[in-house]
Ligand binder design. Structure first.
Ligand code: PLP
Length: 294
């Protein structure tokens, strides 16, 4: 069955017009982008993916805030977050009820020369992550080729923006497969841990959970990582933002990749080296992330 897509007729100008005049629901198999749209021709635009479990959208405000941040980094007009949120909630409501949905928000720079963004939102059932969440994954480290200070030295490279240019993020997934692994942790050319291609890295050292500081390292500030740090406090764990040397991960007491779509996946092996797992903690974190209420 073809799921509906919500097209935002004007994604940037806040108005008091009723949403029926600002949102159009179209079938997903109907074309909504034209040939000269910069999102298609240049990958020039931004996106977000909000997870929804049992009809509950997760970390909505954090995703909307990050959409604005990405727009600013790309010198795009500020999105009207109220209409983006309304479209997201409608996309969820229009979908048949299922256990988990991914709500994707796309905002492109628009048709070349128009100066006006194109935007749409759709809800879909993402890949089933339950096996990876339970059984864990094999991860390899790959050099991203940027130094850890790239965000400060070269902001035009847009490190840490959630842009539509994800061909590299997909290519490293294929490289992981070639190396017999499931996913990747990017490292900087000077040897620091960055992030996964679609996830944030969290390592456990004793009773402290550590993640790299996003603003310093030019990586995406993860909404799931932020939620997990709140949960960690409830479970008696301390949390810390700290630059991690790649080699430090080899001695971690636990390692996870977290993201809105896949929630949390424990790492079993890192470049073939076994990583410790605490199944009780893995299960508690998954349960709390899956059924969070905001
Ligand atoms: N880092 C990158 C590069 C990502 O693409 C993503 C999500 O897709 C994340 C981190 C995790 O962010 P979140 O937990 O907000 O989904």
């Amino acid at each position: 069955m073809s799921q509906p897509v919500l097209v935002l007729i004007d994604p940037v100008t806040p108005t008091s017009a009723p949403s029926a005049e600002r949102l159009r629901i179209v079938p997903a198999d109907q074309p909504i982008v034209t040939a000269a749209d910069l999102g298609v021709t240049r990958g020039d635009g931004i996106f977000e993916v909000i997870g929804a479990v049992r009809g509950q959208m997760q970390a909505t405000e954090a995703h909307l805030t990050r959409l604005s941040r990405s727009a600013r980094m790309l010198d795009m007009p500020e999105p009207d977050l109220a209409i983006v949120e309304e479209a997201s909630r409608l996309a969820l409501a229009e979908h048949e009820p299922v256990e988990q949905l991914w709500i994707k928000i796309i905002v492109t720079r628009g048709v070349e020369g128009s100066g006006h963004p194109t935007a749409w939102v759709y809800a879909f059932e993402g890949e089933d992550s339950s096996a990876a969440q339970r059984d864990g994954i094999a991860v390899v480290r790959l050099d991203r080729g940027y130094r850890s200070d790239v965000a400060a030295t070269s902001p035009w490279l847009l490190a840490g923006a959630k842009t539509l240019s994800y061909a590299v993020n997909k290519a490293v997934g294929r490289e992981a497969k070639r190396r017999g692994a499931d996913d990747v942790i990017f490292t900087s050319s000077d040897g620091y841990v960055l992030e996964g291609p679609t996830s944030t890295v969290i390592a456990r050292f004793g009773t402290t959970l550590v993640t790299p500081p996003p603003e310093d390292l030019g990586i995406l500030p993860g909404t799931t990582q932020a939620a997990l740090f709140e949960i960690a406090g409830e479970l008696g764990y301390a949390t810390e933002y700290r630059a991690l040397r790649s080699a430090e991960l080899e001695g971690a007491d636990g390692l996870w990749l977290v993201s809105s779509g896949q929630q949390i996946r424990p790492v079993n092996t890192l470049d073939g080296l076994e990583i410790n797992r605490d199944r009780e903690l893995d299960d508690a974190l998954l349960e709390k992330l899956l059924y969070r209420t905001h």
